[in-house]
Design a binder for this molecule. Structure first.
Ligand code: 6GU
Length: 241
């Protein structure tokens, strides 16, 4: 899979590319390229944004600058580009990014992510050049770059060769194997620590009982994730007070 990120801060992604599963995916043939929006601006002084029509705070990324960057990189009118690949504007009001959305993107051969800064994009960028808008949550970040990394992290770990252990992505939170529920709890050595025990069933060696326990735990977490937040005091029954 090839991911292109259009950003004002391409060097932020140098660190991200070094993350193990990202580096693995790249070594296995995927790519994560950054295009510096500012390098393509037709305006003097490297200008990329401007004040909003109608007034108000902040700056808005200009449509002519984004047009120039997309045109220079793909050598095609960006109005046509979106017929060949998903071009995604990262914005706090976009479609909420979740595991299903990540699976959808992981199926694509190539995608383009546009990072806004300041108050965001001139709306014509979204209307004319993009196939969709994406948000990683209902809060506002100063720019789309961290959101782009979140998307790349969630998508790239699904690509062939990204994870060391081939089936570690199969039975994890929100996977089909768990019927879309969050993952069950894990424990490892030591079996006793400060009097805190590991559930007996996990030490029992009864695979069918372990499987049933895990499915039940996963389903229980699903209920909590859906809204009834169980306050996790971080202590076992005995450890309270
Ligand atoms: Cl994609 N961008 C910005 N600027 N803020 C966000 C976001 C994206 N998703 C959540 N908050």
């Amino acid at each position: 899979m090839n991911i292109d990120v259009f950003t004002l801060f391409p060097d932020w992604f140098d660190w991200f590319r070094g993350q193990r599963h990202v580096a693995n995916a790249i070594a296995a043939g995927s790519s994560l390229s950054c295009v510096d929006i500012r390098a393509h601006t037709p305006l003097t002084g490297g200008q990329v944004d401007d004040t909003p029509y109608g007034g108000g705070a902040g700056m808005v990324l200009r449509v002519d600058v984004m047009d120039a960057a997309l045109s220079a990189h793909y050598r095609v009118d960006p109005v046509q580009l979106r017929q060949r690949r998903r071009v995604i504007a990262l914005t706090p009001s976009g479609r909420l990014f979740d595991e299903e959305y990540a699976n959808e993107l992981a199926e694509e051969r190539e995608i383009t992510l546009l990072c806004g800064r300041y108050e965001g994009f001139d709306e014509r960028i979204v209307e004319r050049f993009c196939t969709e808008t994406l948000s990683i949550g209902r809060y506002v970040l100063a720019g789309g770059e961290l959101a782009a990394m979140v998307v790349c992290d969630a998508v790239m770990r699904k690509l062939p060769g990204a994870l060391g252990h081939e089936d570690s992505a199969l039975e994890e939170s929100y996977s089909a194997a768990l019927e879309g529920a969050p993952e069950y709890p894990h424990y490892t050595r030591p079996a006793q620590y400060r009097g805190w025990e590991v559930p007996d069933v996990l030490l029992s060696g009864h695979h069918e009982q372990i499987r049933r326990w895990r499915m039940a735990q996963s389903a229980r977490r699903q209920v909590h994730a859906a809204g009834e937040i169980e306050v996790d005091k971080g202590e076992g029954e005995e450890g309270a007070r």
